[in-house]
Design a protein around this ligand. Sequence first.
Ligand code: GLN
Length: 208
Amino acid sequence: MRHPTCDLLPNTRTMKIGVLALQGAFREHIEMLRGMNVNAIEVRLPEQLRDIDGLIIPGGESTTIGKIATQYGLIEPIREMAAQGKPIWGTCAGMIVLAKDVGMKQPLVGVMDVKVKRNAFGRQVDSFETDLEIPEIKNGDATPFHAIFIRAPLLESVGKNVQVLAKLDNGAIVAARQDNLLVTSFHPELTHDARFHNYFLRMAKDDD
Ligand code: GLN
C-alpha cells in the first residue's frame, strides 16, 4: 500500500532501518516502512545493528523486551548506537525501554532523560484513540494525527534537553524528542498515517 506522505521523502531506497523484533508489534512497523520504500529489517542480533541508519523499538511488553534484549546481548550495543547519534524511536513499550527512569526495576536501555509512568491510564481507559495536534510532524499536511493508545505509558517529566512534541488535553506528555532519540506513547504503526515514520526517516537522513 502506498502512503500519502511518501512523496515528501528524499530517496528512501538508500535507507536501512532496523526494527527490534523480539516481541510485540514489530511487523506493523516493518510493513509501514516497506510501504515507504525503506529497506526495513528485523533485528534480533547485535551484529544486525551495525549497518542500519536507525532503529525502532516497538510496542509490546517492556519487561519482556528488556529481558530478551539482555539475553541476546543487545542492550549495550543499542546504548552505543544512541551515544553515536543514530536515530532510535521507541513506541509505547519502546518508550519505556529507552527511558532513564520508569519508577521500578526492570532491564532498560535507559538513555533518554525522561521519567515514564507505565500503564498510566488505568483500567477504564486501558485503550483509547484520540486526535493530536503535532506541529513538528505535519510536513504540509494540516490534519491532526490519529493516535492509538494501548495500555500506554506517559511521560511524567522530561529533562531540559527534551523537546515535547505532543500532549493530551489534560497536559500529559505523549511524544518527545531528545536529539537522536524519539518516543511516542501511542502506535503510529497501527494507522495508515506515515507522518511519524516520515519524521523519523528525516531524523535518520539529517544524521548523514
Ligand atoms: N503496558 C506495556 C508495558 O508497560 C506497554 C503497552 C504497549 O506497548 N502497547 O510494557
